[in-house]
Structures are given as C-alpha cells and as structure tokens.
Design a protein. Structure first.
Ligand SMILES: Nc1nc2c(ncn2[C@@H]2O[C@H](COP(=O)(O)OP(=O)(O)OP(=O)(O)O)[C@@H](O)[C@H]2O)c(=O)[nH]1
Ligand SMILES: [Mg+2]
Length: 293
C-alpha cells in the first residue's frame, strides 16, 4: 500500500465525567491505556491512545470530563480538553443516557467547534433502547451531529460501526507513529496513573480528589524494575487516612498497585510508596504545573 492511500487523523473523546470516555478508548485499542473507575473525574491528563491497522492510524485523545473548574487542578484539566478539541480532526462526544444531570456545559463547548462531531451514546447495555433514544433526542435537537452511534464500551456493541465512521472522516496521510505503538507516554506516566487508579478504587469521599502521584525514581532492571513513588495529599489528616492503622491501608494500596503495574508491564516490579503533605497543592498553580498537569 502506498502512503497516499493510508489515512491518519486525531479523534478527541469529549464528554461529562464518568460517561465512559476512557473505557471506550481502551475498548477500541484492546489495551488499558487510560485508567477508568466508577468515580467521576478519574482522568486528569490528555491521554493518547493510538489505533493502527494496515490502512489507518487514528490517534485518540482521551480527556478529563468537562466541568466548570473550581480550583487550579480542574483549570489545568479543562485546558487539556481545549487542547484536544483544537488538535482533533474528529470529535467523539460521549453521552451517557443513564446520567440524570444536564449536559449543557459539554453542548456549549461542542457548539463552539467547527469540526465534525460524532455523537456516541454509551452504556446501552444499562438502559432500555427506547429510553436511550428518548434521552438522546433533546441533545440531537440542540445540535447537529455528523452521525449518532449507540454503543456499549464495556460490552463492545456498536464499536466496529463507530470505527468505520471515524475512518470515513480521516484524510489521506502517512502514519505518525510506529504501527506497534499504543501510546506516547513514558512508563512513569502509566505507573503513576495505575497507582492513582487504585487510590480511586480504595479510598472514599475527598481522598482520591486530594491526591496526586509522582514517580520519584524508576530503575529498570532485567529481572525486576524498582519504582519509588510519592503520593501527595492536600492535608495532614489525609496522610493518616492513606497510611491507615499500623500502615495497613498503604500496605494494601502498595500490593494492589504493584499487581496492576506488573500486569501492565508484564514484568515483576518492586514498588515503594511514600505519602507527602503539600498543603492545598490543587489550588496552587505552580504545584499543579510541577506535578505535570
Ligand atoms: N454499564 C456500562 N458501564 C460503563 C460503560 N462504559 C463505561 N462504563 C462505566 O462507567 C464508569 C466510568 O467510566 P470511565 O471510562 O472511567 O469514564 P470517563 O468518561 O473516562 O470518566 P472521567 O475520566 O472521570 O471523565 C466506569 O465504572 C465504567 O465501568 C458501558 O458501556 N456500560
Ligand atoms: Mg476518563
């Protein structure tokens, strides 16, 4: 095949928190590139996932859920959405018909974009098809979409049709990444994300939202990689909760995180976790930036 027949493009995945954006990207790639949890605001960065086959390469940009920013971290998260929006050739608007709260903010954002937007109604496994259509109709009245797809990111329904549609919108061009690449982030990024995912899964209330994870050192070895990571919290009391009685909580977190990193890397790792307090890091622009947001 010559390069002139090959199609390449960027597809940004945009929607409200918890709509299933990251789950959809992972499903398309067949790999866990972006962390997913049942809690809203799991994704904080723009996460790149690369889909390749013989004729196409689609660079997916997973983004944080669209919200009105209340502190500096959320501000940084929304800049990520902006960036994805401007880089994209195609926008996938992920809509969750089981969500009972309004979608106005996302619609307003999408209305300001002069690019093809595909409406992706997700979670069709969790709602009656008639109800799903009813919930979607008002959105289709407010905005013109290129097309609409009803999918289940967890079960895989409708994904092939969606992919064919995205392909049809791409322009001819050579691949931008080697065909075997699934992402462009360094290993450290995935490691910190996988630890953060475990924090979301194991802790409640404000704890997940108050933490960030910084990989201090990563030593690659043939047998076993050695990783030293710091969990940064907002307040001293949160440090105590993360560590738990006699260190039980952090120990458990360490085990689960290690297992998940080993699964991802397909390699044994030694993981050392520490908790550090940085008062109100989320509110301070320099810290948010220093921590890679
Ligand atoms: N039933 C059902 N649940 C789904 C589907 N897709 C995603 N979910 C669930 O929805 C929750 C949120 O999924 P995520 O992929 O983390 O959502 P997100 O849009 O990336 O969320 P943020 O990163 O917080 O903006 C998880 O519990 C998923 O398992 C689906 O097709 N069906
Ligand atoms: Mg996400």
């Amino acid at each position: 095949m010559t390069d002139s027949q090959h199609k390449t493009g960027y597809a940004a995945i945009i929607g409200k928190p918890n709509a299933g954006k990251s789950t959809l990207m992972n499903r398309i790639l067949g790999a866990k590139i972006s962390i997913t949890t049942h809690k809203a605001q799991t994704t904080r960065h723009q996460v790149v996932g690369i889909f390749s086959d013989e004729e196409t390469q689609i660079v997916f940009l997973d983004t944080p859920g669209v919200i009105t920013p209340k502190y500096e971290l959320q501000n940084a998260m929304m800049k990520t959405v902006e960036r994805a929006r401007s880089d994209a050739d195609v926008i996938l608007f992920i809509f969750d018909p089981t969500d009972t709260y309004p979608t106005d903010e996302v619609i307003e954002l999408l209305q300001s974009i002069n690019k093809p937007v595909i409406l992706v109604v997700n979670k069709v496994d969790a709602i009656d098809p008639v109800a799903a259509k009813q919930k979607t109709a008002p959105i289709q009245e407010r905005m013109r979409f290129r097309s609409a797809h009803f999918v289940s990111a967890t079960r895989g329904d409708g994904i092939e049709e969606l992919m064919a549609d995205i392909r049809s919108l791409l322009l001819p061009g050579p691949p931008l990444y080697p065909k075997e690449d699934l992402s462009e982030h360094p290993i450290r990024f995935f490691v910190s994300e996988l630890i953060r995912e475990q924090i979301y899964l194991q802790f409640h209330e404000e704890i997940p939202y108050s933490c960030t994870v910084d990989v201090i050192s990563y030593e690659e070895n043939e047998e076993m990689d050695r990783i030293n990571a710091e969990i940064i919290v907002n307040r001293k009391s949160q440090k105590g909760m993360l560590i738990g009685k006699g260190g039980s909580a952090i120990k458990d977190l360490g085990i689960k995180s290690r297992e998940s990193i080993e699964l991802f890397l397909d390699k044994k790792v030694f993981l050392e976790l520490h908790v550090k307090v940085r008062e109100k890091w989320r509110e301070k622009e320099n810290w948010v930036r220093n921590l890679g947001y």
